[in-house]
Design a binder for this molecule. Structure first.
Ligand code: KIV
Length: 285
C-alpha cells in the first residue's frame, strides 16, 4: 500500500477531523520497517530502548550517541511515518543552547523529523528555543520516566486536584512554547480528556484513556517481547517472546537430530567437477 509521508500538518488535520492518531516505538531497521508496513502514523525512537533493547534498569543512562545509533537504523527502514527522536536524560536540561545542539543532531545525523522531551512548565523555555531553531518538538507530561526518582516510582500522576491543575498548566505552557503535540502518560482518563479538549495541538495517550487524540504503546510490550513486566495500560497482541523461544528450540532439536540442514538447504556441485577434484587430490597425496 503506498501512502504519503505523515507530517505535523496531517496530524493537526486528524485532530480537527476527530480521526485517531496511531503511534508506536521502533528501535532498529526491522521494527521501523514493520511499524511502517502496519500503517502507523508516528514512530517514536523512544529512550525506552534503554530498557527493552539494551537491558538497562531504567532510561536514565542512555546517551545521545546510543540514541542516534538506533535512530539511524529506524530511519533506514521507515519511510512514511513521522519520525520522533527522544532526547535522553541530561541532553536538554542543562541549558537551552545545549538542548538545541543535541536536538539538531537527531535531525542531521539520526534522520529524525522531530524530537520529543519530557517535562512541563520547567522545560517550556527550552522547547521554545528548539522550536525557534526550526526543530519541531513533541512534549511529554504525566509519568515522565526520566525523572522516576523524583516521582517516587512508576505511578499514576494527576490524581488529586492540585497535581491535575499543575498538569493542565504544563500542557498549556508547552503548547504556548510551540510544541506541536503532547504525550500524556499514566494520568486519569477524565483529566486526559480535559487536557485534550483544551488544547489546539493533538495529544497522544499512553495509559491516559480513550479520549486523547491518539494512542502510543511501546512496541515490545504490544508484541510481548519484553520479559520483565507489562504495565496495566498495555494490551498484548502477541507473545513473540514465547513463539521465538519455541522456534529456537525447534532449530536446536533439528540440529541435534540431524533434521537440519536438509538437502534443499545446501549447495551442490557437478559430478564431473567432483570426480576431477577427487582424482586431483589423489594425485597430490
Ligand atoms: O520512550 C518511550 O518509549 C516513551 C513512550 C513511553 C511514550 O517515551
Amino acid at each position: 500500500m503506498s501512502r504519503n509521508k505523515v507530517t505535523i500538518l496531517s496530524l493537526q488535520e486528524k485532530k480537527q477531523a476527530g480521526e485517531p492518531i496511531t503511534m508506536l516505538t521502533a528501535y532498529d531497521y526491522p521494527t521501523g520497517l514493520l511499524v511502517d508496513r502496519a500503517g502507523i502514523d508516528i514512530i517514536l525512537v523512544g529512550d525506552s530502548l534503554a530498557m527493552v533493547v539494551l537491558g538497562m534498569e531504567n532510561t536514565v543512562s542512555v546517551t545521545v550517541d546510543e540514541m542516534l545509533h538506533h535512530c539511524k537504523a529506524v530511519a533506514r527502514g521507515a519511510k512514511n511515518p513521522l519520525l520522533v527522536g527522544d532526547l535522553p536524560f541530561m541532553s536538554y536540561q542543562v541549558d537551552p543552547r545545549e538542548a538545541v545542539r543535541n536536538a539538531g543532531r537527531f535531525l542531521k545525523e539520526g534522520g529524525m523529523d522531530v524530537v520529543k522531551l519530557e517535562g512541563g512548565c520547567e522545560v517550556a523555555r527550552t522547547v521554545k528555543a528548539i522550536v525557534d531553531a526550526g526543530i519541531p518538538v513533541m512534549g511529554h507530561i504525566g509519568l515522565t520516566p526520566q525523572t522516576i526518582s523524583k516521582l517516587g516510582g512508576y505511578r499514576v500522576q494527576g490524581k488529586d486536584v492540585a497535581s491535575a491543575k499543575a498538569l493542565i498548566d504544563d500542557a498549556h505552557a508547552l503548547e504556548e512554547a510551540g510544541a506541536f503535540s503532547l504525550i500524556l502518560e499514566a494520568i486519569p482518563s477524565p483529566l486526559a480528556e480535559l487536557i485534550s479538549e483544551g488544547l489546539r495541538i493533538p495529544t497522544i495517550g499512553i495509559g491516559a484513556g480513550p479520549h486523547c487524540d491518539g494512542q502510543v504503546l511501546v512496541t515490545h510490550d504490544l508484541i510481548g517481547l519484553f520479559d520483565r513486566f507489562v504495565p496495566k495500560f498495555v494490551k498484548q497482541y502477541a507473545d513473540t517472546f514465547s513463539s521465538t523461544v519455541e522456534a529456537l528450540e525447534q532449530y536446536r532439536d533439528d540440529v541435534l537430530e540431524g533434521a537440519f540442514p536438509a538437502a534443499e538447504h545446501g549447495y551442490g556441485m557437478s559430478e564431473e567437477a567432483l570426480e576431477t577434484l577427487i582424482a586431483e587430490l589423489g594425485q597430490d597425496s
